[in-house]
Design a protein. Structure first.
Length: 88
């Protein structure tokens, strides 16, 4: 997982570290510190946790693993278009 992707997506969703963690199913007592550690690259969440973050933050799971910033941005655009088409 690319740590900065988690932070970018969280900020875009206007969630605190604690709120994101709780919504993703992380225990409230360790919520803020765990997200902080993930965002700073101290620890890496497992794939299931990344999937929970993706669900809460409304981004594709692969967004957290894409190294190229331009491609990551394109993924978000494509994901948004797909979401809009589903609603129609």
């Amino acid at each position: 997982m690319i740590p900065k992707r988690l932070k970018e997506a969280r900020k875009r969703a206007r969630l605190t570290q604690e709120k994101l963690a709780v919504l993703a199913g992380i225990d409230e007592s360790t919520a803020r510190s765990r997200i902080s550690q993930y965002e700073n690259g101290i620890y890496r969440p497992n794939f299931e946790t990344c999937c929970a973050f993706a669900r809460v933050l409304d981004v594709p799971e692969c967004y957290f693993y894409t190294v190229d910033d331009t491609f990551a941005s394109a993924l978000l655009t494509l994901y948004s278009v797909k979401f809009i088409e589903k609603k129609s």
